[in-house]
Design a protein around this ligand. Sequence first.
Ligand SMILES: *[C@@H]1O[C@H](CO)[C@@H](O)[C@H](O)[C@H]1NC(C)=O
Ligand SMILES: *[C@@H]1O[C@H](CO)[C@@H](O)[C@H](O)[C@H]1NC(C)=O
Ligand SMILES: *[C@@H]1O[C@H](CO)[C@@H](O)[C@H](O)[C@H]1NC(C)=O
Length: 418
Amino acid sequence: MFGASAAAVARVTLPLLALLPLVQSNDNGLALTPPMGWMAWERFRCDTDCNDDPRNCISEALFRDMADRLSEDGWRELGFEYVIIDDCWMNRTRDRDGKLQPDANRFPSGIPHLAQYVHARGLKLGIYADMGRFTCMGFPGTTLDRITTDAQTFADWGVDYLKFDGCNSNALEQMLGYPLMSRALNATGRPMVFSCSWPVYVGSLPPEVNYTLLGDICHLWRNYYDIQDSWDSVQFLMDWFFNNQDFIQAAAGPGHWNDPDMLIVGNFGLSLDQSRAQMALWSIMAAPLIMSNDLRQLDNAARGILQNKGAIAIDQDALGQQGRRLLKEKSRIEVYWRPLVDSASAVVFLSRRSDMPFLYRTTLGKLGYGAGHYQVYDVFSESKLKTLNSTETFSVSINPSGVVMWHLQPMGRQDPGV
Ligand SMILES: *[C@@H]1O[C@H](CO)[C@@H](O)[C@H](O)[C@H]1NC(C)=O
Ligand SMILES: *[C@@H]1O[C@H](CO)[C@@H](O)[C@H](O)[C@H]1NC(C)=O
Ligand SMILES: *[C@@H]1O[C@H](CO)[C@@H](O)[C@H](O)[C@H]1NC(C)=O
């Protein structure tokens, strides 16, 4: 289903697509900044064993626990609002009317009740379905003929967000199904965020992926592979996103976002420096900030990184412009940059070294900044640094596999910069 065969299918189906009305069905005022929240998958996977692992199995209790934590531990006020169910919530069969139904043992109160519970805490509920015969884990899929029914079921239940995966379908079905689901969700009249896993199933890049079309029908989309709980995985994903920035950066903007997958900060695979690096680079990418961790047992250091107001503000900047990698130095220091509203900007210095904190020397001018003075705020030390002239040499000390993240504001009337 990848590569040349997808392109062949695309050629065959373009005339078919031309028959579909070209409405921008995601344009409903949602996701004007990248969605924030919590999702079960990376941390809790398809654990359905509620007998031996009641605290961690995919069940209504897990999502209630996370809604409690989001609303009581300061997350909601920072913008983390979506509680998102991933795969493995379903009964193995549809009900008598052909509707999806949750596993009755693990979700005894039903999804509408869970939605009410989540809404009562000022949060929103996300759910998972799959454009195909079965979900990735083998639960009932949403074939083309089921799309309208499933969209209506989610709306009736009070769902606010749909992650629509793409296992067990071919490129033709996906090309028809994703736009159909977008319009079916719209037709329910209930505003829902639509997250599409489409691009990863058709090769991730143009010409197989039409990012303009994705932006018209989806609020966010999974471009590339699933994240795993390791620094290797974080680097693998960030490298793909920045190596391909010329293809994908322009696709992002208010209402439509590239999604490099969940934040894994607070789990087992990242050091504190690597955790700051994920938070910083995801914010530079204008990525959705969707955590997958156990909010019931986060240590204070992980919580501090995920709740860092400066990083969140950069991620959620209203301009909505995705940042870029500016430089890869021979010293294995890399520099990333994102423009923000009011001529402000964010810079991240990342070290790929494994020896010791590295003293990197440069000037703002070398990073493309225009003449003038800039007020510098260090995001993770939460402190104002001295004002920098664009020609002045400065140094930053960057820990191995760590970052320094700055917010810069030009002083007075200045050239807006890069
Ligand atoms: C449906 O799409 C139209 C056109 O983009 C938009 O104005 C409207 O808000 C959408 N409605 C819902 C419920 O998403
Ligand atoms: C699944 O659905 C069937 C038919 O609706 C029902 O008989 C069965 O008890 C359900 N099982 C679970 C685990 O939800
Ligand atoms: C991509 O999609 C857009 C919007 O639907 C359409 O106008 C454009 O022709 C498509 N581009 C290609 C190369 O198919």
